[in-house]
Write a protein that binds this ligand. Structure first.
Ligand SMILES: [Zn+2]
Length: 311
């Protein structure tokens, strides 16, 4: 079910995002939690009903038997074993109490789990990636650059969906696709594609070939700095005047349809001479959009300065 949700989000917004886009960014972008949160909430409710129920002796006996096989015999394929593993990550003290009760066979002492505490612990774990990010994504470590770029440049509040998600105007589909791809790092700029081309280039080597300025072609350079695109930017002065040189203000501008149009025009202009450069590799790279829902792992990879790739 989780893979279906991930696949759906990759298709949402009129865009088909390659599987290398972080699932965490996808959920944040569209303002939704993984369905696994709902699964956990329902499972905890079922667990508590089993713990408290006394009117169905057969069901009670089956639950106790499942607990004993999971804890005393250590068989990890049973439902109780999987459930306690999940609970152990969220509320370890409670999981240990359950194990102690089962080992002592004093099942009347078993207490229900606090569902809200479990969900709060899961939420903290889910949001860990947004902690301790550098203000400037260009100074971020390889492990943090993806989240830092999104948090500092693309979103003014990561607890809210992207502004275009609730936008009440019709978007041009192509414009929207380009905007979404730029926002979540599923785009065509060298700062991203350089992670895979030739086995991965050092971030400092992922240069813009539009301006020959020996500058890394990242999202901010593309949207605000590269002189090669200035003629296009001049047609969108409203966006740039309002954002006052702030990348986040630009990407969160209230006129998202205008922003999407700008991104599309910039991307189109960039692609005009793409084949004059190195991008023969991108044909195979873009084939990532042939998504396999059974192969939907995060591939947040960056190349350290040493050249090592980390996940
Ligand atoms: Zn440039």
């Amino acid at each position: 079910m989780q893979k279906v949700q991930n696949l759906f989000l990759r298709q949402a917004g009129g865009s088909c995002l390659r599987k290398t886009v972080s699932r965490r960014l996808l959920h944040t972008e569209f303002g939704c939690l993984p369905v696994s949160f709902t699964w956990m909430k329902m499972s905890c409710g079922f667990w508590n009903r089993l713990v408290k129920q006394t009117s169905a002796p057969v069901l009670r006996a089956a639950f106790v038997e499942n607990l004993q096989l999971s804890i005393v015999d250590g068989v990890d394929k049973y439902w109780c074993a999987e459930m306690l593993k999940c609970l152990g990550e969220a509320v370890p003290d409670y999981a240990e109490q359950v194990k102690a009760v089962v080992r002592s066979r004093s099942f009347v002492g078993m207490q229900p789990v606090d569902v809200e505490t479990v969900l709060a612990a899961w939420s903290i774990k889910w949001n860990e990636c947004w902690q301790d990010l550098p203000e400037d994504p260009r100074n971020a470590s390889s492990e943090k650059v993806v989240c830092s770029t999104y948090d500092k440049w693309m979103s003014d509040c990561i607890s809210q969906p992207a502004k275009y998600v609730n936008f009440d105007s019709n978007f041009n589909t192509e414009h929207l696709m380009d905007l979404v791809r730029l926002r979540v790092g599923g785009h065509w700029l060298n700062v991203v594609t350089g992670r895979w081309i030739d086995g991965g280039r050092d971030r400092r080597s992922r240069l813009c070939w539009k301006c020959a300025g020996c500058v890394v072609e990242d999202e901010k350079h593309f949207m605000m700095e590269c002189p090669a695109y200035q003629d296009i930017r001049d047609n969108f002065q409203e966006l740039y005047n309002d954002s006052q040189g702030d990348m986040r203000k630009l990407m969160c501008h209230p006129k998202q349809h205008l922003l999407a149009k700008l991104v599309h025009q910039l991307r189109t202009f960039r692609d005009e001479d793409r084949l004059l450069h190195f991008d023969v590799h991108l044909d195979s790279f873009d084939s990532d959009i042939e998504l396999n829902p059974l192969d939907d792992e995060d591939e947040l990879v960056e190349v350290h300065q040493s050249g090592n790739i980390v996940a």
